[in-house]
Design a protein around this ligand. Structure first.
Ligand code: NAI
Ligand code: MN
Ligand code: ZN
Length: 339
């Protein structure tokens, strides 16, 4: 089988590898589609502190089970599945409180262990989620990015009274926007970015207002409109955003952080306590695959609005380079593995 391997930073090869048999409790998936994410590019470029090389990247993938390991009773050859990349121990403290996504021995497919940019991938059977017949392949491959949004929204339980502000109209901001509007029906959703083409995507994904904060300070715009956001999601993840969000938030608002910057954010206690703000963070997903599969079955979200490109996996370098260089035209770039 062919696998896309990062041998070391900046060295990507499509390598012939032995197709391994699934072990106890595992299934093998014949991969059909996979999505490129920022973290794949970070591992390729050597900017992911968790990555070890060589590594088959890819944590967003969909395919068909083609072999079943010993002891697996709930999965069969031929079933369509999307894969939860989060592998957890099941008994540590975070696992015991429902947060396997921050398991003390967390393993993420495509990061700590070989992932889905490969003709075949062996994964724990319980990480393979059955996809209903009425969910298309190109929607099934989008489940993982939407689980990030499901995790964010799961932290804060949005309501129809919320006025949401989302920083960043990249894939993460847009999946979160679709969840806030399509699933939770927040009263208003405002999206802020510096790239007009991405703001146009946000409008297509249901934003009530879009603001280019490169043209005009966000604070001025909100003040003119008299808007105080009650729920703020930082899907742009610059360290300066937290203090701005604290300043702009309504009293009693919730703020969700998604970023991994190691640079400090300077914030004031008074800004938070004076309004009794709640600050949440969200990493990967905690058992959100069934949640998103249900959203898709009910038609509450529309992955089509995020998919901008398809590449045959042989052209993965072109695909990643386009994804890295052209934020105006790219949102989700998918790799096909049919040939
Ligand atoms: P992206 O880079 O495609 O999108 C970020 C967007 O934010 C861009 O459109 C950019 O123009 C905009 N932006 C940057 N600074 C801004 C500012 N000061 N104000 C307004 N807009 C600004 O990235 P993607 O894939 O959407 O991911 C977003 C962030 O979420 C990344 O930092 C990534 O590391 C993080 N992430 C976190 C996950 C988690 O589980 N916590 C999972 C996946 C991504
Ligand atoms: Mn991803
Ligand atoms: Zn654990």
């Amino acid at each position: 089988m062919k696998s896309i391997v990062i041998k070391e930073p900046n060295a990507l090869v499509i390598e012939e590898r032995e197709r391994v048999e699934p072990g106890i409790g595992e299934v093998r998936v014949k991969v059909k589609l996979a999505g490129i994410c920022g973290s794949d590019s970070h591992i390729y470029r050597g900017h992911n502190p968790f990555a070890r090389y060589p590594r088959v990247i890819g944590h967003e993938f969909f395919g068909v089970i083609d072999a079943v390991g010993e002891g697996v009773t709930d999965k069969k050859i031929g079933q369509r599945v999307c894969i939860d990349p989060v592998i957890s121990c099941g008994h540590c403290y975070p696992c015991s409180v429902g947060k396997p996504n921050v398991c003390t021995s967390l393993v993420v497919l495509g990061v700590h262990r070989d992932g889905g940019f490969s003709e075949y991938a062996v994964v724990p059977a319980k990480n393979a989620w059955l996809v209903a017949d009425n969910i298309a392949d190109h929607h099934a491959v989008m489940v993982e990015p939407f689980t990030i949004a499901a995790n964010v929204t799961g932290q804060v339980q949005p309501t129809e009274a919320d006025v949401a502000l989302i920083y960043g109209a990249g894939p993460m901001g847009l999946t979160t926007l679709q969840a806030l509007k399509g699933v939770y029906h927040v009263k208003q959703a405002i999206v802020v970015d510096r790239i007009n083409e991405r703001l146009a995507m946000a409008e297509r994904c249901g934003a009530d207002w879009v603001i280019n904060n490169g043209d005009k300070p966000l604070a001025d715009w909100l003040e003119e409109k008299g808007i105080k956001p009650t729920l703020i999601v930082d899907a742009a993840c610059h360290p300066t955003i937290l203090q701005e969000a604290i300043t702009l938030a309504s009293p009693a608002a919730r703020i969700v952080l998604m970023g991994f910057s190691s640079d400090p954010s300077t914030i004031t206690q008074q800004g938070i306590t004076g309004k009794e703000l709640s600050i949440f963070s969200s990493r990967l997903n905690a058992n959100k695959f069934p949640v998103v599969l249900e959203w898709l079955e009910k038609g509450l979200i529309d992955p089509d609005k995020l998919i901008t490109h398809y590449f045959d996996y042989h052209h993965v370098i072109d695909a990643i380079e386009l994804f890295e260089k052209d934020q105006k035209s790219c949102c989700k770039v998918l790799l096909t593995f049919d040939k």
